[in-house]
Design a protein around this ligand. Structure first.
Ligand code: CAO
Length: 423
């Protein structure tokens, strides 16, 4: 049994944000029918190709558990097929550039006429307002959503993060909206429009930076290293290097092997509650009671000295040894794991967060499985579809077209090349 068994999704998504959303819904049981342009498909199929002739990892890792149908949405017969699909589906998900769906003839008003129970869910770069017509990609959203201005070294240039909080983050937000709209439809009997703007999603993920923006009115942000370094604060939340955001000083420190391993580092938080244990393990027990060191406010102007002393200790240990020593003492630390280490991590493999999938064109590859674990929903990760792999199956089984009708549709140029089976 799966959470979304019986829910059918008309998936007009491409690239990353929309496909992240529909992949999540497919994993938990929705029948996701991905509409792709005949002969071309999602642009990511052929982006960053590592195995010539095969679908790229970019595509395969974002489109598991979906079925692919090729339809030209600008062809008259293609529009008829799509109209029937709109009647048969519960949710339409899209992340076209603003206005593209209206130009196809499938805007919200038209969708409601065809199927009043339809939930129409969109990712756009910006919400309504002066930027609503802009095309937006990951880093644009990160910049417009507050990540870039608050990430990077103190006094350095703005930085984007490596996590795809604009694309995948917005896909997650949209999936939440869709599931909520499905629940509401149980009571109202109506569909609704769901919009997740990438800027809004990033702003939501930058919540604590907006918190700090407001705290600035009350004075300097004392937990930022900048305060201890006596660098004045400006009018906006500054970049804070690797400071921790929770009010307890934290830094990234070198570990044994840092000279040749770029990821031999640990995150180390000097949480007030375990200050005594920290002093003991680094060999500075006198700091526990010493005036100027004993309480968190006293330590604020000595953070460089304190973290240097901690680093002298962490440099004698591997990042895993730091974890093994600190965890039993409740000292919050985190090894800086490389993608290689994550790919090989036995724990992540055991829980299905990192999973190996086989593919007819490219053979086995690694992907990230469903990161949410549900006790009563069976999750099986199936490979992504080849372009148009299910065109005929969907025309016949979902839409009920006969072989003769399917042959006509094939001749109309509305779908890709078809191999029509005998009835
Ligand atoms: N049959 C026929 N035409 C199709 C089709 C199909 N099956 N699928 C798409 N098209 C057409 C669209 O109708 C559109 O045509 P018009 O411009 O004539 O209306 C055209 O293909 C291009 O679609 P697009 O504008 O969405 O694609 P793009 O490459 O120009 O822009 C992107 C890509 C991502 C910038 C844009 O879609 C966008 O801003 N999306 C919203 C924000 C978003 O999701 N960004 C994240 C991208 S990474 O996840």
């Amino acid at each position: 049994m799966k959470a979304l068994d019986g829910v059918r999704i008309l998936d007009f998504t491409h690239v990353q944000s929309g496909p992240t959303c529909t992949q999540l819904l497919a994993w938990i049981g929705a029948d996701v029918i991905k509409v792709e342009r005949p002969g071309v498909g999602d642009a990511t199929r052929k982006q960053l190709v590592d195995v010539p002739g095969a679908d790229s990892l970019y595509f395969t890792m974002l489109n598991h558990n979906k079925r692919s149908i090729e339809i030209n949405s600008k062809n008259a017969t293609g529009k008829e097929v799509l109209t029937r699909l709109v009647k048969e589906c519960d949710v339409l998900v899209e992340n076209f550039a603003p206005g593209a769906l209206d130009r196809m003839g499938f805007g919200w008003e038209q969708i409601q006429k065809i199927n009043p129970r339809m939930i129409m869910a969109s990712v756009k770069g910006f919400g309504p307002g002066k930027y609503e017509d802009c095309k937006v990609y990951e880093n644009v959203a990160q910049c417009a959503g507050g990540t870039a201005s608050t990430t990077g070294e103190i006094g350095g240039i703005p930085m984007v993060t490596g996590a795809q909080i604009g694309d995948s983050g917005t896909g997650l937000h949209l999936a939440f909206g869709i599931v909520a709209a499905l629940l509401q439809r149980e009571k109202s009997g109506r569909g609704q429009k769901v919009l997740a703007a990438m800027q809004d999603g990033v702003v939501n993920l930058c919540r604590v930076k907006l918190r700090d923006q407001q705290r600035l009115k009350a004075g300097p942000l004392t937990e930022y290293s900048q305060y201890g370094l006596e660098i004045p604060f400006g009018e906006a939340t500054p970049r804070a290097g690797n400071d921790s955001g929770g009010g307890q000083p934290g830094r990234i420190l070198k570990c044994k092997g840092w000279q040749h391993d770029p990821d031999a580092y640990t995150y180390f938080i000097t949480q007030a509650a375990v200050w005594g244990s920290i002093c003991d393990i680094i060999g500075r027990p006198e700091w526990k009671e010493k005036p100027g060191y004993a309480t968190p406010p006293e330590r604020l102007d000595k953070l460089d000295e304190i973290f240097e002393a901690i680093e002298v200790w962490t440099m004698t240990k591997t990042k895993y040894e730091v974890m093994d020593i600190c965890n039993p003492l409740n000292i919050p630390v985190g090894p800086i794991l490389s993608m290689k280490e994550i790919a090989e991590d036995e724990g992540l493999r055991a829980t299905g967060t990192i999973i190996e999938v086989d593919h007819p064109e490219r053979g086995p590859y690694l992907t990230v499985g469903l990161p949410i674990k549900m006790s009563d929903c069976d999750v099986e990760v199936k490979r992504s579809p080849l372009l148009g792999e299910h065109t005929e199956e969907i025309l016949r089984e979902v839409l009920g077209y006969s072989s003769e009708e399917i042959a006509q549709i094939g001749k109309s140029g509305a779908v890709g090349e078809l191999k029509v089976a005998e009835e």
